[in-house]
Design a protein around this ligand. Structure first.
Ligand code: NI
Length: 297
């Protein structure tokens, strides 16, 4: 068992012959020996293409890579976010990977046109996931029926393409589970984005073959996910920021960014009593298996 990082030294990466600029920590192991750890992390959910990041996007990606977060998965929102998302993926081909989908809060009167565009894009370009999709009953229930229709359509697209689903479940966990059970396709895989439910709910989701996305919320005081987490196997977890939203402590309320993933990993390590590098390794492996089952090009 090792403890939290005790110091970060300048020039350590060079000394350890690490060619990359990853975050390097010294850890104390059980017998008090210092050893070196280079964490590699994946942000499975970031909206870096949004205008909040317009002024300093390249610096943000630089900070993420320096923090060990060299893979950033980009869930789409709707037709308005498509072009900036694809441009970002084109500008940072080794770091930013786009998904295609229609966010449930963007399901409005024109949902058929939006859905047609999602389908057209999926045929035309290379995407790494279907999302962000799902159901949101928190903001507006006006289009609840249409949201379900659109979500079911995304499930079909995931089944047809073999891509993972990235599912938004705000105030809609039971609806999402009901739909996935009705569809009953054991080949489906993906992430319950921003999961913060009970142990029972976690088991329902993982029982259907889905992973749980953990973000900044896990660092907030008194959130019930901290207790749930103690009962969940690491093999079901992936990390995410949902940037620019939901920044972890100590940046709560500020703009979130992928470089904060280590803060989430450290909190998960603390709660589960696991070494942080083990959290990094497990969550990265889980994310790779989902998004790059044949390895990263
Ligand atoms: Ni999102």
């Amino acid at each position: 068992m090792c403890q939290a990082p005790v110091e970060i030294e300048a020039g350590l990466a060079e000394k350890a012959n690490c060619p990359d600029v990853y975050k390097v920590y010294w850890y104390l192991n059980s017998v008090g020996m210092r050893y070196l750890c280079r964490m590699k992390l994946i942000d499975t959910h970031t909206h870096l293409y949004l205008e909040e990041f317009e002024p300093d996007r390249a610096e943000i990606i630089g900070r993420a890579v320096a923090a060990g977060v060299d893979i950033m998965m980009l869930p789409n929102i709707d037709s308005s976010s498509l072009e900036p998302m694809l441009m970002l993926a084109e500008d940072f081909p080794g770091n930013c990977f786009p998904m295609i989908g229609l966010h449930p809060t963007s399901v409005k009167e024109n949902y058929r046109d939006e859905l047609a565009l999602v389908e057209k894009m999926l045929q035309a370009k290379n995407f790494f996931g279907i999302g962000e999709c799902g159901i949101d009953l928190y903001w507006d229930k006006t289009f609840a029926r249409e949201q379900e229709y659109v979500f079911r359509h995304h499930i079909e697209l995931a089944a047809g393409s073999g891509l993972p689903l990235v599912i938004h479940i705000r105030e809609s966990f039971n609806e999402v589970i009901r739909i996935l059970k009705e569809v009953n396709n054991p080949d489906l895989k993906g992430i319950f984005h921003c999961f913060s439910g009970s142990v029972e709910q976690a088991k329902q989701a993982t029982g259907l073959g889905f992973s749980l996305g953990l973000g900044g919320v896990i660092t907030f005081k008194n959130n019930k996910m901290q207790e749930t987490l103690k009962h969940i196997d690491l093999k079901h977890l992936v990390l995410e920021t949902d940037a620019p939203f939901l920044a972890p402590v100590p940046y709560r309320g500020k703009r979130n960014e992928p470089a904060y993933i280590p803060l989430i990993a450290e909190k998960v390590a603390e709660i589960t009593g696991t070494a942080v590098e083990e959290i990094a390794e497990a969550t990265s492996r889980n994310a790779m298996r989902l998004f790059f089952p044949e390895g990263k090009a």
